[in-house]
Design a protein around this ligand. Structure first.
Ligand SMILES: Cc1cc2nc3c(=O)[nH]c(=O)nc-3n(C[C@H](O)[C@H](O)[C@H](O)COP(=O)(O)OP(=O)(O)OC[C@H]3O[C@@H](n4cnc5c(N)ncnc54)[C@H](O)[C@@H]3O)c2cc1C
Length: 440
């Protein structure tokens, strides 16, 4: 993911820099301005500001420090990955309370982005399950914070993209499960209207819900796609044994720029849609259900040398039932449509001061970087601001500071807490330089 002299996010837009890995996070983070995990954020949130080259990365600091099988409380170092948590705990009938679309992320990254999954409408963000955090602050002190202790620092750190302190240890509540298998249902959806109806219906019945939208089809079929719902299988439904390790494929080389052209994506989407049966249900392996893209290593190479960005926004319920349709129409008009467009429902806003989700619908789509990408993101953001929505910082690389400020009325309160704990704004990233005017 990163060579000796460059660092990049998942969107593959490199900057000069170098990771320093080690098992001793306390030592590693001393004097550092930003820490990164596995670099699965798409944009520039895990990249250093221009004047900084070396930055600590946590994946080798991954020890489980304590687990209470009565309460499900797990304490671990910030570099422990979700993949490892699932591998160790699923067979023991415990799961992470939040399961985002990839398992190749660390606890530190899960807290800093306050990640959400297919269960946001039911379980909220990861931060809702965090009990306590051990942080190294900008002045190098080490403190423990929680809802009771340094509550302002705790709330700003959930979703604060690493700007309030280096996360050294995380204590959170695991979720008991009946089996490590999933019971799932998949349904073909005719258009965006049906999508929104089915999502609303499913919210009351299923803990895990996600939809894939074919966003190249226009007219009456606009927004057609496939809706996946699921829950953990009961002990009676589950097959014997634990789910086997799945085989992985690797994208062998960087695709040329022209490979993901419109006719190809249209054909891909058509294939995906037509092969789907109207309704199917049954037992599923948890990996393809929760993390379908993890089956293909380095799939981000298909976007070619210029890389890509993911535009993820939330359209609040207050924007009206027609907001997702209007947004999709705009997207198709701008020619930004991609073959990966995901739709989910979000529940109410949580504890994190800058956490992304709010009650409404979230759309996430990958856009290959082209000369007009900035223009597309600008237009989408202008429409988003009118609808009262906001973008997800863990995915963003193109939003302008003035747009961010207009979509984020919570920003001043966040900056106030940041100033209290880090008056000189020592802790910063390429993203905070771009969006919050931090020193380079
Ligand atoms: C295929 C794919 C699917 C995804 N699906 C989802 C999804 O469904 N829901 C969702 O919410 N997100 C999703 N994401 C985004 C991902 O979950 C987040 O970007 C997450 O933060 C990445 O974790 P990481 O360990 O790789 O962190 P990095 O990408 O390395 O860093 C992300 C941010 O966390 C900060 N950070 C990391 N570790 C620490 C630490 N120890 N102390 C302080 N700050 C730290 C970094 O500074 C940076 O700001 C997806 C990403 C991919 C590639």
């Amino acid at each position: 993911m990163s060579s000796d002299s460059t660092l990049e996010g998942w969107g593959r837009r490199p900057v000069p820099g170098e990771e320093v890995r080690g098992e001793d996070l306390e030592r590693l983070t001393e004097g550092a301005v930003l820490t990164r995990g596995l670099g699965r954020s798409y944009g520039d949130s895990s990249l250093p500001p221009p004047s900084v080259r070396r930055m600590p990365a946590t994946p080798l600091a991954d020890r489980v420090l304590a687990f209470d099988a009565e309460t499900g409380a797990l304490r671990a170092e910030a570099g422990l990955s979700l993949r490892e948590i699932s591998r160790v705990f699923h067979p023991r009938n415990w799961s992470s309370p939040v399961m985002p679309g990839t398992s190749h992320i660390t606890l530190g990254g899960m807290v800093a982005a306050d990640v959400h999954g297919k269960e946001h409408h039911a379980h909220g963000c990861f931060g809702e399950h965090v009990r306590s955090l051990k942080l190294r602050l900008a002045d190098d002190r080490i403190v423990e914070c929680s809802r009771e202790r340094h509550a302002d620092l705790f709330r700003a750190t959930l979703g604060g993209m690493g700007l309030t302190g280096h996360i050294l240890e995380v204590e959170f509540s695991m979720c008991p499960i009946d089996s490590p298998w999933v019971w799932g249902q998949t349904r073909k959806i005719a258009d965006i209207g049906e999508f929104l109806e089915r999502l609303a219906e499913a919210n009351d019945r299923w803990p895990y819900i996600v939809g894939w939208i074919d966003c190249l089809t226009t007219g009456t079929n606009m927004g057609r796609g496939v809706l996946h719902c699921g829950r953990w299988a009961t002990a009676e439904e589950a097959p014997a044994g634990t789910p086997p390790e799945k085989r992985k494929f690797t994208v062998p080389f960087e695709f040329p720029q022209f490979a993901l052209n419109r006719p190809f994506v249209r054909m891909f989407n058509w294939g995906l849609y037509t092969k789907q049966r109207k309704l199917s249900e049954g037992i599923l392996h948890p990996d393809p259900f929760f993390h379908p893209l993890d089956a293909i290593s380095e799939w981000n190479r298909i976007y070619g040398p210029a890389g890509f960005t993911q535009y993820q926004c939330v359209l609040p319920t207050a924007a009206g039932p027609d907001a997702p349709r209007r947004f999709l129409e705009l997207l198709t008009r701008l020619g930004g449509a991609s073959f990966l467009c995901v739709i989910k429902s979000c529940g109410p806003e949580g504890t994190g001061m800058l956490s992304f989700p709010t009650q409404g619908t979230t759309l996430a789509l990958d856009i290959a970087v082209r000369p007009d990408t900035q223009k597309i993101v600008d237009r989408l953001n202008e429409a988003l601001i009118e609808m009262g929505g906001r973008i997800y910082l863990a995915k963003d690389m193109f939003t302008r500071a003035e747009h961010f400020r207009r979509m984020e009325p919570r920003l001043d309160a966040f900056l106030e807490v940041r100033s209290r704990w880090d008056p000189e704004r020592r802790l910063r990233s390429a993203q905070s330089v771009r969006l919050m005017g931090d020193p380079e």
